[in-house]
Design a protein around this ligand. Structure first.
Ligand code: SF4
Length: 472
């Protein structure tokens, strides 16, 4: 087993790999790589989805072709997420199944990527020795190189280097296939250290891509047929701060919005503490910027927010919501909420219930707190009972569902613009998103509709998870 680096010895790791990887003359290896089929299983957030696109692109460049399904793949990449215990368990159970298969098919290569890989490193190979490569988020750009090395040497590799000021390589347009709507990574990492979150430890400190690289990639996407782009980062509002640039994110939005051919621009995710008035003003100025803001609140209680190290108070959060609504009265606001954080008492929970009533979120992703190894909150003593967490989550979701339904019903009779993204099972059924990022299922004449069209749809019914209507 070869360990290639940790956060302190990245240069050592690079030297090791380069020395061993310099022998590119082995014809057997090249032939082996050319016939390989790869399959990627992705868990977690949009950052992971985007990383999987990058991995697919790099494997494609190394002569891998996509496998139709996991059972026919010669190489399986499990791109893991450690934000919640459930996603981690699912990934590890998949790894277990692949390990059994590998005993019968030693040719199978197994790669574990993503946040669990970064966090657990060598422990994954200790637990499942059939794993060929454990690779962290900053290392994925060298994944094909490592796989080639594993194939040649027959030895497992742990590649979990993590450095500050990591320069995100500019790969250009890496989307696997043309698509009308695409994610574009503008930064990686996070400096916020919320006490429940593992991201700063697995993805490192914030590092922003140069604006010129982002704009060039957006242009390539648009040239390939994309008309909607979502700028992606763990905390996009602080884009550029790692380079000492203030208000760089509003400036970036203006640059991308100015590109001819782009129709819709979105971004996610944001920490409320970094939402500046200049960013709120962008919703007034930029026609292409969609009226949707995902603004995770996590809790409505100042006491809990402080324990979470969120660095804003409830009143400040509400001020930012008001500023957004002033700049863009029809803006849709969505959020993330954790219930049952250590020490959360009934009064804290009721403060969160009161907050969702006050803000009236279009929708909310809500979860029971689950301690993540390696985070500060995992060491807190005052854990909330599982049954109590479940009770609070049920109550919160029931209230939020009512609010979502009330808001969606307000669309009944209105006409919304929909970007057509796919068709339903039956003829004449289509789906897409409104500018507010609401899912719209609608009927239309198949001969007159195609994926990528922008249509006007009259909403007949507002449901809990979507709007239903008819193209007009
Ligand atoms: S802002 Fe907090 S929750 Fe979001 S990625 Fe950073 S540490 Fe995690």
């Amino acid at each position: 087993m070869q360990v290639v680096g940790d956060s302190r010895h990245r240069s050592v790791k690079r030297t090791l790999v380069r020395e061993q990887g310099d022998n590119k003359e082995d014809p057997a290896t090249c032939e082996q790589l050319q016939i390989m089929k790869a399959y990627i299983e992705t868990f977690g957030c949009q950052m992971n989805e985007r990383d999987s696109e990058i991995i697919a692109h790099l494997l494609g460049r190394a002569s891998y072709s996509p496998a139709a399904d996991i059972d026919t793949a010669d190489l399986v990449v499990i791109n893991t997420c450690s934000i919640r215990g459930k996603a981690e368990q699912k990934a590890m159970s998949l790894l277990g199944r692949l390990a059994i298969r590998k005993k019968k098919e030693p040719r199978l290569k197994i790669v574990v990527a993503g946040c669990v890989a970064q966090q657990e490193g060598q422990k994954i190979i200790d637990r499942v020795p059939q794993t060929d490569l454990v690779i962290g988020p900053q290392e994925i750009y060298r994944l094909a190189e490592y796989v080639e090395e594993v194939t040649r040497s027959g030895k497992s590799i742990v590649a979990t280097g993590l450095i500050d000021n990591f320069a995100i390589p500019n790969l250009g347009h890496v989307s696997p296939a043309p698509a009308v709507s695409r994610f574009l990574t503008i930064m990686q990492g996070c400096n916020n250290f919320c006490t429940y979150c593992i991201v700063p430890y697995t993805r490192g400190r914030e590092t922003s891509r140069p604006a010129a690289d982002i704009v060039a990639e957006a242009e390539e996407m648009i040239d390939s047929g994309t008309t909607e782009i979502t700028l992606l980062g763990q905390n996009v509002n602080s884009y550029g701060l790692d380079r000492g640039e203030k208000e760089a994110f509003p400036a970036l939005l203006r640059q991308v919005a100015a590109l001819p051919g782009l129709k819709r621009l979105r971004f996610t995710t944001s920490n409320p503490k970094d939402l500046s008035p200049a960013l709120a003003d962008c919703f007034k100025e930029l026609d292409k910027l969609c009226p949707w803001f995902h603004l995770p609140v996590q809790s409505g209680s100042d006491r809990v927010l402080e324990k979470m190290n969120r660095k804003y108070k409830r009143a400040e959060y509400l001020e930012r919501v008001a500023a957004l609504r002033k700049a863009c009265p029809n803006i849709a606001i969505t959020t993330d909420i954790i219930v049952g954080f250590p020490g959360e008492e009934e009064t804290d929970f009721l403060a969160t219930m009161e907050l969702i009533k006050q803000v009236r979120y279009n929708s909310a992703y809500s979860f029971k707190y689950s301690p993540r190894p390696g985070t500060v909150a995992a060491g807190f003593a005052d854990m909330v009972e599982e049954t109590e967490k479940s009770r609070r989550l049920t109550a919160l979701q029931a209230r939020q569902n009512e609010i979502t339904l009330e808001i969606n019903r307000e669309y009944e009779g209105k006409i919304v613009e929909v970007l057509v993204e796919g068709c339903g099972r039956d003829p004449g059924q289509w789906r897409g998103h409104s500018p507010e990022n609401l899912v719209v299922n609608f009927t239309a004449d198949d001969k007159k509709v195609g994926i990528g069209d922008y249509l006007q749809v009259k909403i007949g019914r507002g449901c809990k998870n979507s709007l239903r209507g008819k193209a007009v």
